[in-house]
Design a protein around this ligand. Structure first.
Ligand SMILES: *[C@@H]1O[C@H](CO)[C@@H](O)[C@H](O)[C@H]1NC(C)=O
Ligand SMILES: *[C@@H]1O[C@H](CO)[C@@H](O)[C@H](O)[C@H]1NC(C)=O
Ligand SMILES: *[C@@H]1O[C@H](CO)[C@@H](O)[C@H](O)[C@H]1NC(C)=O
Ligand SMILES: *[C@@H]1O[C@H](CO)[C@@H](O)[C@H](O)[C@H]1NC(C)=O
Ligand SMILES: *[C@@H]1O[C@H](CO)[C@@H](O)[C@H](O)[C@H]1NC(C)=O
Ligand SMILES: *[C@@H]1O[C@H](CO)[C@@H](O)[C@H](O)[C@H]1NC(C)=O
Ligand SMILES: *[C@@H]1O[C@H](CO)[C@@H](O)[C@H](O)[C@H]1NC(C)=O
Ligand SMILES: *[C@@H]1O[C@H](CO)[C@@H](O)[C@H](O)[C@H]1NC(C)=O
Ligand SMILES: *[C@@H]1O[C@H](CO)[C@@H](O)[C@H](O)[C@H]1NC(C)=O
Length: 769
C-alpha cells in the first residue's frame, strides 16, 4: 500500500526504532522484490547516510552516527578502505581510524542498519581509489579487469572482510546490522574502456561476491548489467528515470549527488511505481505536474510539483487550491493536506563562526626548528640519466622526490643582455625550484589537470650551477579507466635564452633522493629520540622554505570542534602529538572571478550556481580531532615547503554563534507525528517559529525580528513594506535568555492585522552565547 508507506515513512521513525532494537539481536531475513527491500517480511523505505569511518576518528563515531539518526537516517553507508587495511601484502591493519568492527558496532548500538560497500576499489575521492599502491607493482597486475593477480588479491581482501564481519556476527542474517554489501564501484561507465576484459571481470566480481554467502543482498552501483540476484543501483544527480536491469529488483539510489532537492524523486524511486495504479495528470497550467498514487482500499497519495524554476504557481487539484513555489514539490499523503513542501522548510539555520584561539595562551612560545637540506641530503640516493617516474620511485611512501643536477655556464652566457629562462615540464603534481640553494619558483597542476609547465627567468652563476627540483605528489589518482598508470614528476627541463642556445638538461645525470630528512628522522613523532636535531628559537624564522617547526600548544577551551588555521602558511604537512593532520595548502582558488552575488539553487542543478569564496583560500582550516589533544604537553609539528609565518597559526573553534528562522503563515504546519489521517483538515496548528541554541547556550540577543514581509537570508534579513512595530519585543519576550523558544505567527502574538491581504512572514536572527 503505497499511500500508507508514504505517510508512515515520515510519521513513524520513533516507533520503528523501538521495534528495531530488540530485533537486531535475532537473525533478520533481508530480501527484496521489485518494490522495495523486505526485512523480516516488512517493506522498508530506508534513508541512508554516508559516514566513511577513516575520515574521522573513533572518538567521533558515536556522535556522528547519533546525528545521522537524529537527521532521519535509518542506515549508515560506508566504503571499506583496502589500502588502509592492507598496507603491505598479507599484513592487515584494523586499529584506530581503521577499526571497521568497532565502527560497525557503533552503528549497531545506535540501532541503525549498515550498508558495507566493500569495493574493494571504491574511488571515494580517496588515495588511489582505495587500492593499495603495492598491488600496482605486483608483476602483471592491471586493476579492475579480467586479470589474475588483481582478481586474486581482490578476492582475498573481500573474503578477509566478509569473514571478519561474519566472525563478529555482523550480517543481518546472523543477527547483525549489515543489510547490504556492495562489490566493485561505479564500474558500468568504465566497463567498455577495459575492452574484452571488462564484462568478464564485472561478472566474476558479482559471482565472487555471491559465493561469500553473506545471507544479505549484494548491490553494484552504476553496473547496468549486474547479474541476478545482484541489484544494480543508481548514483546520480537525478535518478527519476532510472530503471533497474530486471523487473525483480527494486529501485535504489545509492549516491544522491548534490543535484536533487526533489523529495518526490527519492520517494518515487524508493517506492517503485509499478504495482500501483499510476496516474500522471497534467494540471491546467503548463509545467505544473501531479503524481497521484491510489490503491483499491481508497488510499491516495499525491506529489504536486512546480517544475518552473522562476514562477510560483497556484494549482487546483481535486477542487482545492494549492500554492506551489517555483521549483518545489508538495507532498499530500491523503491527496488533500500538504504536509511538506520543499521550498517551505521550517527548520532553523545555524550560523557557525571560526573563533580564533592563540596556540598557546599561558607560557611564552617555545619553538624549535629544523632546516631541510636542499637536494640530496643523505646516503641512499641514486643517479640516473634522464627522468624516472615520480610515483614509480616513491611508491607513495612520501609526497617528495628530489631531482638534482648541475650544469656550467661561462662568463659570456648572456653577453647580449637577455635573460636566461628555466623551462620545466612535469606530469604533476607540483614542483619547488631551488637554484644554487635558493627557492626561485613553484608550479602546480590542478584538480582537473595534473600536468603543468613552468617558465622562470633565472640568474645564473658563472661556472657551476646547482639545480634541485623538489617534485611532489598531493595524493594519487582515484578513478578512471587504467588510473593506476597515470604518472607524475618531471619530463623535460632546459635552460633557454643563453647566448649560444639552449642547455637541455632532460638527459643529464640526475641525482634522486626519496623523501625528506625530517621524514626519515620521524621529526613529527614526539618521542622519537630526534630531539637533538631540533634547534630552539625564541622567535621562529618566517618565510623560510624547507623548515620544520615544533611548538608546544595548549588545548583550545570548551568542547567545540577545532580547526587549525593555516592561512599564514604556504604548503606542507602538520601533526599534533604525532597524529597526521594532513597536508595543508591554503591555495587561492583559480576560479577567482566566478562567484555569484546571490544564490539561487532553483532549477536544474549546476555546480556553478552558488560559488562563494572567490579569491579566498580553497581551504584554510584543517580539522584537529579533540581526542588528539592531551590535557597538557601538546606538540604541534609543521613542515613548511615554501615559507610562511608560523607565529600567525591559530586554532579556531567552530562555534554556533547564532540561529535564524524564516517562516510564513502559509507554511505546512501539520505535525505528522500526531496527525490522524481521518481528520479532514489535518490539525492545522498555525505556523510558528522554533529556535534552539546548542546545549549549554541561551539566546542572548535578538539581532533581527520582523513580522510582516521581510526578505533576505540569515544575517542579511531586511524589513519589507509591512513590518509589525512590536516584532522585536514580542520575540524577546518569548526567547531572551532561553535555550529554545517558540513564537507563533498568530494574532495572539502580534495583535491586530496591520497589513490585511499580505501573507505574513516572521524572520528572526538571534545570538547564542
Ligand atoms: C525470507 O523472506 C522471504 C520473502 O520475503 C521468504 O520467501 C523466505 O522464506 C524468508 N526466509 C526465511 C529463512 O525466513
Ligand atoms: C656554449 O656551447 C658550448 C658547446 O656547444 C658549451 O660547451 C658551452 O658551455 C656553452 N656556453 C654556454 C655559456 O652555455
Ligand atoms: C625547452 O623546454 C621548453 C618547455 O618544455 C620547450 O617548450 C622548448 O621546446 C625546449 N627547448 C628545447 C630547445 O628543447
Ligand atoms: C586547470 O589548469 C588548466 C590549464 O593547465 C586550466 O585549463 C583549467 O581551467 C584549470 N582547472 C581548474 C579547475 O582550475
Ligand atoms: C611505472 O612502472 C611500471 C612497472 O613497474 C611501468 O610499467 C610503468 O610504465 C611505469 N610508469 C611510468 C609512468 O613510467
Ligand atoms: C640574445 O640571445 C638569445 C639567444 O640566442 C636570443 O633569443 C635573444 O633574442 C637575444 N637578445 C637580444 C636582445 O639580442
Ligand atoms: C540559560 O538560561 C537558564 C535559565 O533559562 C539558566 O539556568 C542557564 O544558566 C543559562 N545558561 C547560560 C549559558 O547562560
Ligand atoms: C528547551 O529548553 C528547555 C529549558 O532550558 C530545556 O529543558 C529543553 O530540553 C530544551 N529543548 C530542546 C529541544 O532543546
Ligand atoms: C487575524 O486577524 C485577522 C483580522 O484582523 C483575521 O482576518 C485573521 O483570520 C486572523 N488570523 C488568525 C490566525 O486568527
Amino acid at each position: 500500500m503505497a499511500a500508507a508507506a508514504a505517510a508512515s515513512s515520515s510519521a513513524l521513525p520513533l516507533l520503528l526504532l523501538l521495534l528495531l532494537l530488540p530485533t537486531l539481536a535475532a537473525a533478520a531475513n533481508v530480501t527484496y522484490d521489485h518494490r522495495s527491500l523486505i526485512i523480516d517480511g516488512r517493506r522498508r523505505l530506508l534513508i541512508s547516510t554516508s559516514i566513511h569511518y577513516p575520515r574521522s576518528v573513533p572518538a567521533m563515531w558515536p556522535k556522528l552516527v547519533a546525528e545521522a539518526k537524529e537527521g532521519g537516517a535509518d542506515c549508515i553507508e560506508t566504503y571499506v578502505f583496502w589500502n588502509g587495511h592492507e598496507p603491505a601484502p598479507g599484513k592487515y591493519y584494523f586499529e584506530d581510524r581503521f577499526d571497521l568492527v568497532q565502527f560497525a558496532k557503533v552503528v549497531k548500538d545506535a540501532g541503525l542498519y549498515l550498508m558495507l560497500r566493500i569495493g574493494p576499489f571504491v574511488a571515494a575521492e580517496w588515495n588511489f581509489g582505495g587500492v593499495p599502491v603495492w598491488l600496482h607493482y605486483v608483476p602483471g597486475t592491471v586493476f579492475r579487469t579480467n586479470n589474475e593477480p588483481f582478481k586474486r588479491h581482490m578476492k582475498s581482501f573481500t573474503t578477509y572482510i566478509v569473514d571478519m564481519m561474519k566472525k563478529e556476527r555482523l550480517f543481518a542474517s546472523q543477527g547483525g546490522n549489515i543489510i547490504l554489501s556492495q562489490i566493485e564501484n561505479e564500474y558500468g561507465d568504465s566497463e567498455q574502456a577495459y575492452g574484452a576484459g571488462g564484462k568478464p571481470y564485472a561478472m566474476w566480481a558479482a559471482s565472487m561476491a555471491l559465493a561469500q554467502n553473506t545471507g544479505v543482498p549484494w548491490i553494484m552501483c552504476q553496473q547496468y548489467d549486474a547479474p541476478d540476484p545482484v541489484i544494480n543501483t543508481c548514483n546520480s544527480f537525478y535518478c527519476d528515470q532510472f530503471q533497474p536491469n530486471s523487473p525483480t529488483k527494486p529501485k535504489m539510489w545509492t549516491e544522491n549527488w548534490p543535484g536533487c532537492t526533489m523529495v518526490e524523486q527519492i520517494l518515487v524511486a524508493l517506492l517503485g511505481g509499478r504495482s500501483l495504479q499510476l496516474a500522471m495528470t497534467m494540471m491546467h497550467r503548463l509545467m505544473n505536474m501531479a503524481d497521484v498514487y491510489t490503491d483499491q482500499s481508497g488510499g491516495c497519495v499525491a506529489f504536486l510539483a512546480n517544475v518552473d524554476s522562476d514562477k510560483d504557481k497556484v494549482v487546483t487539484f481535486r477542487n482545492r487550491q494549492y500554492d506551489l513555489p517555483a521549483w518545489s514539490v508538495s507532498i499530500l499523503p491523503d491527496c488533500k493536506n500538504v504536509v511538506f513542501n520543499t521550498a517551505k522548510v521550517q527548520s532553523q539555520t545555524l550560523m557557525v563562526d571560526m573563533v580564533p584561539e592563540r596556540l598557546q595562551a599561558s607560557k611564552p612560545h617555545r619553538w624549535s626548528i629544523f632546516r631541510e637540506k636542499t637536494g640530496n641530503w643523505g646516503q641512499k640516493y641514486f643517479i640516473q640519466n634522464g627522468f624516472v617516474d615520480h610515483i614509480n620511485t616513491t611508491k607513495d611512501s612520501t609526497d617528495y622526490l628530489w631531482y638534482t643536477t648541475s650544469f656550467s655556464v661561462d662568463r659570456s652566457y648572456s653577453s647580449n643582455g637577455s635573460h636566461a629562462f628555466l623551462n620545466i615540464d612535469s606530469q604533476g603534481h607540483g614542483v619547488h625550484v631551488f637554484l644554487n640553494n635558493e627557492l626561485i619558483g613553484s608550479a602546480f597542476g590542478n584538480g582537473s589537470k595534473s600536468s603543468f609547465s613552468l617558465e622562470l627567468p633565472i640568474n645564473l652563476r658563472t661556472g657551476k650551477n646547482e639545480l634541485a627540483l623538489l617534485s611532489m605528489t598531493v595524493g594519487l589518482q582515484n578513478a578512471g579507466p587504467f588510473y593506476e598508470w597515470v604518472g607524475a614528476g618531471l619530463t623535460r627541463v632546459n635552460i633557454s635564452g643563453l647566448r649560444n642556445g639552449t642547455i637541455d638538461l632532460t638527459s643529464n645525470n640526475w641525482v634522486y633522493k626519496i623523501g625528506l630528512e625530517g621524514e626519515f628522522y620521524s621529526l613529527f613523532k614526539p618521542d622519537q629520540g630526534s630531539n637533538q636535531l631540533w634547534i630552539p628559537q625564541s622567535e621562529p624564522p618566517k618565510n623560510q622554505p624547507l623548515t620544520w617547526y615544533k611548538v608546544s600548544v595548549d588545548v583550545p577551551q570548551g568542547d567545540d570542534p577545532v580547526g587549525i588555521d593555516m592561512q599564514s602558511m604556504g604548503k606542507g604537512l602538520a601533526w599534533l602529538n604525532g597524529n597526521a593532520i594532513g597536508r595543508y595548502w591554503p591555495r587561492t582558488s583559480s576560479m577567482d572571478n566566478r562567484c555569484t552575488p546571490s544564490c539561487n539553487y532553483r532549477g536544474q542543478f549546476s555546480p556553478d550556481k552558488c560559488r562563494t569564496g572567490c579569491g579566498q583560500p580553497t581551504q584554510r582550516w584543517y580539522h584537529v580531532p579533540r581526542s588528539w589533544f592531551h590535557p597538557s604537553g601538546n606538540t604541534l609539528v609543521v613542515f613548511e615547503e615554501k615559507g610562511g609565518d608560523p607565529t600567525k597559526i591559530t586554532f579556531s573553534r567552530r562555534v554556533v554563534t547564532s540561529v535564524c528562522s524564516f517562516v510564513s503563515e502559509h507554511y505546512p504546519t501539520i505535525n505528522l507525528e500526531s496527525w490522524e489521517r481521518s481528520t479532514t483538515n489535518g490539525g492545522s496548528a498555525g505556523a510558528k517559529v522554533q529556535l534552539s541554541c546548542p546545549k549549554g547556550k541561551n539566546i542572548s540577543s535578538i539581532k533581527f525580528a520582523s513580522f510582516g514581509n521581510p526578505s533576505g537570508t540569515c544575517r542579511s534579513y531586511q524589513q519589507g513594506s509591512c513590518h509589525h512595530p512590536n516584532s522585536v519585543s514580542v520575540v524577546e519576550k518569548s526567547c531572551l535568555s532561553m535555550n529554545n523558544c517558540t513564537v507563533s505567527l498568530s494574532n495572539e502574538s502580534f495583535g491586530k492585522d496591520l497589513c490585511p491581504g499580505v501573507t505574513k512572514t516572521l524572520a528572526i536572527e538571534a545570538d547564542c552565547s
